[in-house]
Design a protein around this ligand. Sequence first.
Ligand SMILES: C[S@@+](CC[C@H](N)C(=O)[O-])C[C@H]1O[C@@H](n2cnc3c(N)ncnc32)[C@H](O)[C@@H]1O
Length: 278
Amino acid sequence: MTVPPVLLKGDDLFEDDPTLGPYENTRDLSKYLLMHYGRIDDVFERPHHPLATSHGYPQRLSDLLELCALRSGTRVRRALDVGCSVGGVAHALGGWVEERVTGIDVSPRSIDVARTLHRHGCGTFSVVQQGPYTREVHVRVPVPGEGRARVDFEVGDACDLGLLGETTRGVDAAVLSNVLDRVADPERCLRQFTDSDAFLRPGGLLMVACPWSWYPAYSDPERWLGSSSDHTPSEEAVKQLLGTAFDLLAESDEGAVLRQNPREYDYFEAHVTVWRKR
Ligand SMILES: C[S@@+](CC[C@H](N)C(=O)[O-])C[C@H]1O[C@@H](n2cnc3c(N)ncnc32)[C@H](O)[C@@H]1O
C-alpha cells in the first residue's frame, strides 16, 4: 500500500511566514483543502451542524455549471478554474467536462499542493483543533481516467491569461470563484472575456462567484466593481459589465465555510451568476 503524501506539515500551521503571499501560508492552505475536499464530518465534528448545508461548495458550483451547459446545449470540452487555490472546483469540473480542465492560481504553493494531490489521488494535511493541537485529515480526489477530463494546474495571473499561451485560448467554459475581489483590477480580469473571444469562445459559459468582500489590501477602492459614488451594488455592476457580451443563464447565492477550529467558522455567501457568450 502506498503512503499518502503529506500535503502540508502540521507544525507549520502556526508559522506565519511573511515572505509568503496572501493565501499561501500553511493555515490558509489547510482551510482551503478542508473546504474543497474535506468530508462533512471532517469539517463539522457533530451531526446536524447549523452550517452543514454550506458544505460541498466546489461541487455545487460545478453542478450548477453542468446544469447550465445541459440546458443551453453548450458542449464543454475545455474549461478553466481561474484563482483555483488548491483545485477543488477544477477537480469537480473534471467529472463532466469532456477533455481538459486547467486550474490557474497566482500562488505557486497552492498550485504545488493541487498538483501533488492530483498526482497521488490522495493526501494528508493537518487542521487546527484547540491551542497547539492539530488533527490529521485524509482527502481523496478521483483517479484520472475513463470518463474524466484531464486536470492540470498552472501558476498564472487571472488578469493576464494571455501569458499562459494555448492553455487559456478558446476554452468553452471559465469559472471565477471568489477571486474578483482578490485581484488588483477586477474589471480588467472580466474584460478579457467580454472584449475578446481569445480566451472564451462565442457560445461559451462564464461562471462568476463572489461574496464581493472588498478590501483595499487587494484592490484600490476606485477599482471595486460597483461605485462608491452612486452606490451601485457589485451584483448590479457585474451584470452591467457582462451584459454587454453575455446572456444571463442563472443566478443564485451559494454558502461556504472556512473552518478556523472546531468551534469557529468563517461563513460567506458567494453571489453566483452563469453567463453564455453571444
Ligand atoms: C478567496 S481564494 C478562492 C479560492 C477558490 N477559487 C475558491 O473559491 O475557494 C482566492 C484565490 O485567488 C488567488 N488569486 C489572487 N489573485 C490572483 C491573481 N491575480 N491571479 C490568479 N489567482 C489569484 C489566490 O491565490 C487564492 O488562491
